[in-house]
Design a protein around this ligand. Structure first.
Ligand SMILES: [Zn+2]
Length: 288
């Protein structure tokens, strides 16, 4: 399942390729599962819109759309659209197996393609999802609220806010990190790796972790996520996929899926336990 760095990489890759492009025609499959907004309604909303920006919000990829009559007002690739300028949003949740592909109309259409969006540049944007846990949603901002992630953004959260988010609760820190209502986009890999780097055991109760430890954990989480984004951001091909075969899983894990192997820092064998139903990896010597 794609976590924050994978979604960020896909969003950036798609943004670079389709920003400023106009949506000419839209086709949706007849499978009901991938749609949060009925396909006919989505198609009607999309056509004629200009893609102002594609970015990640939590674990979602959000297309900020402007009605083409109003023109596209670029303000640099890092800027967030100002309130009132964007007319609509197309929200893509990749689920377990969803992929967004920027391609050309001639390229063979993969099985399980649920959306094809033709662009004025001649490119085509496709959403493919074999297991159909992904979701597509269209919001017209005159009527709907702008999309917001359920949890806080781990790359932006401040030290105080981070500690406060967890300290009042009483659950294993690993479970808290995975809770998408608290933080957005942290999954199994990055939770385990950041806990190792912070020296905190995954089963420690959130209420018993010190402020200094929370500070280390927040820093570790940011470092791990940024490092992973950097590795994923190196792709130059026109494929934008979420398979993880572009370097994410070559990330040098310290603990994740290294059960029984020697810790890279102290040689103690890495242990595996279950926390919140998830396989959890840690070093019993480096983590306290
Ligand atoms: Zn160790």
């Amino acid at each position: 399942m794609p976590e924050l760095p994978e979604v960020e990489t896909i969003a950036r890759g798609v943004h670079e390729r389709v920003r400023g492009d106009r949506i000419v025609e839209v086709w949706f499959s007849s499978y009901p599962q991938p749609f949060k907004t009925p396909p006919a309604q989505q198609a009607k909303g999309h056509e004629g819109c200009v893609i102002e920006q594609v970015h990640r919000i939590g674990k979602h990829i959000v297309f900020e759309l402007v009605l083409s009559g109003r023109g596209s007002k670029h303000r640099g690739s890092d800027s967030t659209p100002e309130a009132g300028i964007v007319d609509a949003q197309w929200i893509v949740h990749l689920g377990m197996t969803g992929r967004l592909l920027v391609t050309t109309p001639e390229s063979p259409v993969a099985k399980h393609t649920h959306a094809r969006i033709s662009l004025a540049s001649g490119r085509e944007l496709r959403f493919i999802d074999p297991r159909r846990f992904g979701r597509l949603e269209f919001r017209r901002l005159a009527a709907d609220e702008a999309f917001a992630a359920p949890g806080l953004e781990p790359l932006d959260i401040g030290a105080r806010e981070f500690a406060a988010l967890f300290r009042k609760r009483h659950l294993p820190i690993k479970a808290a990190l995975l809770n998408q209502a608290l933080l957005s986009g942290v999954g199994n890999i990055y939770a385990d790796e950041s806990l190792f780097r912070a020296g905190v055991r995954p089963r420690r109760r959130t209420g018993r972790i010190t402020v200094a430890e929370y500070d280390r954990l927040r820093q570790a989480l940011r470092e791990v996520l940024r490092h992973a984004i950097r590795l994923g951001g190196s792709s130059v091909s026109d494929y934008v996929d979420a398979n993880g075969d572009r370097g994410f899983f070559q990330l040098e894990h310290y603990v994740y899926l290294r059960t029984g192997e020697p810790c890279r820092r102290c040689q103690t064998p890495i242990r595996r336990v279950l926390v919140a139903g998830r396989g959890t990896h840690y070093c019993p010597s480096c983590q306290r």
